[in-house]
Design a protein around this ligand. Sequence first.
Ligand SMILES: Nc1ncnc2c1ncn2[C@@H]1O[C@H](COP(=O)(O)OP(=O)(O)OP(=O)(O)O)[C@@H](O)[C@H]1O
Ligand SMILES: [Mg+2]
Length: 214
Amino acid sequence: MIVGVLNQKGGVGKTTIAVNLASCFAQAGCRVLLVDADPQASALAWSSAREAEPAFVVVGMAKPTLHREIPALAKNYDVVVIDGAPRVNELARAAILASDMVLIPVQPSPYDVWAATETVQLIREARIYRENLRSAFVINRKITNTAIGRDFASALDQFPDTPALDVALIQRVIYAESAAQGLSVLESAPRSEAAREMKRLAELVFPRHERQAA
Ligand SMILES: Nc1ncnc2c1ncn2[C@@H]1O[C@H](COP(=O)(O)OP(=O)(O)OP(=O)(O)O)[C@@H](O)[C@H]1O
Ligand SMILES: [Mg+2]
């Protein structure tokens, strides 16, 4: 299973979701590879900040040919998570072509909905070659008890080929605090709501019964 976490918009939570998803799958016993496809190398920086033993392998591959290299690498893993780069179309295209499923993090703001069009369009182009490519929005940094937080999912209905997953990641300081130590929220706060919502996301992306069958 190859999951791309992609959005041409910067700062929406791609790296946060990629490292935490990778950690969920690793904790569940999967062999996990995290591909840092961003020249900013944030996922690599996350893993260098870490004192603990690595929980999974992180490699840097910010190049437009990565879709040709990932399939051979993926053979040795149960799950590959790709942390995408913002803005660069060639890198996004390659990451989309490499993926079985693309997750698009969006924050509950009209700016994020407008900007999502670009990534959805790249996915539509990739479906010409990859008919079975799946895509889904992940609402990130939702602020609880706000009208926009409640009503936001319907704003994404304009993209019928990319549903919003039935989970929202809440705005929580623990995400940045854990990242500072190169940890996932599952490691730094295993019983937290953040860990619970990340595990729910992992289950929606690659359900346990499918992992066992793979
Ligand atoms: N659910 C959340 N709650 C609080 N802070 C968050 C959450 N998700 C992400 N952040 C913070 O938002 C900032 C941007 O997140 P992140 O780096 O994951 O985005 P990105 O899409 O990878 O950015 P870039 O496009 O630059 O690669 C970071 O400071 C991160 O800690
Ligand atoms: Mg990033």
